[in-house]
Design a protein around this ligand. Structure first.
Ligand code: UFG
Length: 336
């Protein structure tokens, strides 16, 4: 079966391509290479022994998207990762985010909708919950006003898909709300490739340990948590990738309960920034250079998933521990 993976050379996309190919799917990757390297293909091939089809295509180009689907009417499912994802950049340049993340989604859905049966998996984020009123956060928690244009594109994206599902019964979609994806494939042949200074905690930690950054700044230690630092649900990217294969199979097997479903992808365990640092120090056997600085604007205090629905309805459970994920991230950094 042919599956289209947009943004398939990105961090989560590339790991998902590996899991799809390992499960017997034929993969077509669309990527405009704006935030990914073509070298990621080599990593995918070295792990799976299979070369996915690659099309360099910008999903903001409506005519090109139409042309692509005209030549690929036999696609069984679409996993849509392609999007800009830097929270700070989205505040600086909101229109770029609305154009990249919303226009492309609309163009692709317009074409997918023409297929006989459409199976669509959407990359969403726990950012849609904002600072939730209680922990863990279940899928029924209210959607809070978005903190950033990036977060808003995820909320709007889900709404667009839901609205299309309402008017077209054969359009089947699953939105997967990721908590904090970290780590890399165990082979260390693919992983996260942040451009410039990393904004996220784990690549900043590994780059500091590798000597690329002088020290990690821990943003605030006076939050109302056990050790004063923020709590997140860090989940191994390979676990996230596997959830996409399971979600797609659910749609292919007609097992979905409704034609628009939402699942949290997290471990269910919250870890503080200091606990992540301790995990890194444990698995790498070295001390990390860090200092406590002021809070970062826009950070929520705590966010971790209620995973019941994903565990029981989707039939997926995160398998890797925080230490597994940190070790894989460190191995990837060393290889880089
Ligand atoms: N942190 C630091 N120092 C750093 C980087 C991060 O202390 O150099 C802290 C943050 O303050 C936060 C935690 O580490 O407490 C995690 O920060 P990340 O930037 O790694 O992750 P976020 O939870 O802020 O962001 C993630 C995704 C976003 C998404 C957001 C929704 O990366 O795409 O969750 O909450 F929008």
């Amino acid at each position: 079966m042919k599956v289209l993976v947009t943004g398939g050379l990105g961090f989560i996309g590339s790991h998902t391509v590996v899991e799809l190919q390992n499960s017997g799917f034929d993969v077509i990757i669309i990527d405009n290479l704006s935030n990914a390297s073509i070298d990621v293909m080599d990593g995918i091939v070295s792990i799976t022994g299979k070369t996915p089809i690659f099309e360099k295509l910008d999903l903001k180009d409506k005519a090109e998207v139409q042309q692509f689907f005209k030549s690929n009417e036999d696609i069984s499912g679409v996993i849509h990762f392609a999007a800009s994802k830097a929270v700070g950049e989205s505040v600086e340049n909101p229109l770029l985010y609305y154009e990249n993340n919303i226009n492309s989604l609309v163009y692709i859905i317009q074409e997918v909708k023409k297929l006989e049966r459409c199976n669509f998996i959407f990359s969403s984020s726990c950012t849609v919950y904002g600072q939730a009123d209680s922990m863990p956060i279940s899928e029924s928690a209210p959607i809070k006003p978005a903190e950033s244009p990036y977060g808003n594109t995820k909320q709007i994206g889900e709404t667009i898909i839901k609205d299309v599902c309402k008017i077209k019964e054969s359009f089947n979609a699953i939105a997967l709300r990721y908590f904090n994806p970290i780590g890399a494939h165990k082979s260390a042949n693919i992983g996260e490739l942040p451009i410039g200074v990393p904004q996220n905690l784990v690549p900043y930690i590994t780059q500091t340990a590798a000597g690329i950054r002088k020290e990690l700044s821990v943003f605030g230690d006076n939050y109302p948590t056990n050790d004063g630092t923020c709590i997140r649900d860090y989940i191994h990217v390979v676990d996230i990738a596997k959830a996409h294969v399971i979600a797609l199979q659910r749609l292919l097997d007609f097992k979905n309960d409704t034609n628009f479903e939402v699942f949290n992808l997290g471990t269910g365990t919250g870890s503080s920034v200091l606990e992540v640092i301790q995990s890194f120090e444990r698995v790498s056997n070295q001390k990390l250079n860090y200092k406590i600085v002021n809070r970062r604007e826009g950070d929520v205090i705590s966010a971790y998933a209620d995973t019941k629905k994903a565990n029981t309805v989707l039939g997926w459970k995160a398998e890797s521990s925080l230490d597994d994920a940190m070790l894989s991230a460190w191995k990837w950094q060393q290889k880089l």
